[in-house]
Design a protein around this ligand. Sequence first.
Ligand code: NAD
Length: 486
Amino acid sequence: MTETKNFINGCYCDSSSGKTFDNINPCTGELIGKVHEASAKDVDRAVRAARKALYGPWGKMTDMERGAILHRVADGIEARFDEFLAAECADTGKPYKLASHIDIPRGAANFRLFADAVANFATEAFQTPTPDGQGAFNVAVRKPKGVIAVISPWNLPLLLMTWKVGPALASGNTVVVKPSEETPLTTSLLGEVMNDAGVPPGVFNVVNGFGPDSAGAFLTEHSGVDAITFTGETRTGEIIARAAAAGLRDVSLECGGKNPSLVFADCDLEKAIEGTLRSVFSNCGQVCLGTERVYVERPLFAEFVRRLAQEASNFKLGVPTDPDTDMGPLVSREHQKKVLAYYALAREEGATVVLGGGVPDVPESLANGAWVEPTIWTDLPDDARVVREEIFGPCCHIRPFDTEEEVIELANDTTYGLAAAVWTENVSRALRVSRQIDCGILWVNSWFLRDLRTPFGGTKHSGLGREGGVHSLEFYTELQNICIKV
Ligand code: NAD
């Protein structure tokens, strides 16, 4: 049994209200442990600790000194790789095979990249003529924004949390993190790594709990927070944007998607199948960038559907530690209920169920887990809810198309605009089509090929702002212009 506490001012502490909640293993439904739920008082203490730390040694360090400490944080994650891996997979149920390649290495990389990037981040200067002929110099300097509230989701807990904490700390801010109630373990473990790396107390704080009337709302509504960075559902993003409006605080929102994949008949079929398999089913379909709508040019349609279903039917569902496991469960029984409701709705809306559509047979020991089958549908109308709403499960709808114009219109016919994939060997078509898709991140002949220096974010209901590389540093700093009259 684990006991996950809040981490405030460099120390692990119990909830001041004495309230705890259960952390459940999604594979088995068994209790992993208890989590201390931060009260409004605890959140206030964390925000005050973060404010005080801004003016302590952290605020006086050079970018290089802070960068050196953040490299030690990355070293610490790598040194305790197995602990992070076990914690992340216990919380999420995702296979070790996946988390050891993606989640944990990226957790460390997020600190390294931004520690180095901040040292190479230039600002602007202008020489300004004045009537006396002497002139003036304008120089823009970057300063930390202050106390940053980091609200993160459960699908890639360490990866997405450090994606924000890395650049926030590299820029000299202090943070209060509210991890998802479903997955508190790796964020909590990071507190120990921060202490060991020499991060001063108060620079990194963690408050556990839920959203409304709990730690999430207490934190985002706290007037001592200078900016909020959030990853999660669009609906929650809207609530957080409203909270940020009080005091005109800056907000970065990375939200949901209903991402299309456009497969042209001139694609390399093997690559398109392999990439689409990953984009639909990785992490049991719980990836914001994942594909839930696949459009295939008609001559390739039947073969594509057959091949994708055949490959997906070979997936081995199982526990994280089994090296043969391709897919784990969903994150919780509650999320399973939501995904299964969409599986039922697909039938009502007239889908042909090509693969799956239900709960798989699992051994007795896993019977209380959040398992669902990898699922493929065809024949749904374009206005079906299953085709329009984000499901966040291991499923997709595949539809044929005849022309480039048609598929561009279909791909853009959504309130979301996060990611898309285009599969074609024709480079002119790739560029022509890509530029017409309304989304923030587009891959040609690949998926989830991430370079952390590139802009990351969505259009429409998928978010507000961009993070990644220089864009993260822009969000986490305030630009001050200093004009010096000669
Ligand atoms: P969620 O919105 O339910 O929760 C995200 C976080 O917000 C959690 O920590 C939660 O406790 C907190 N929260 C909820 N209500 C709140 C409130 N009123 N005030 C303050 N905090 C609140 O999202 P989720 O279910 O954890 O994650 C899945 C969603 O995240 C999907 O929609 C997915 O597309 C999206 N997502 C987006 C990206 C991206 O980069 N665009 C990445 C991963 C996940």
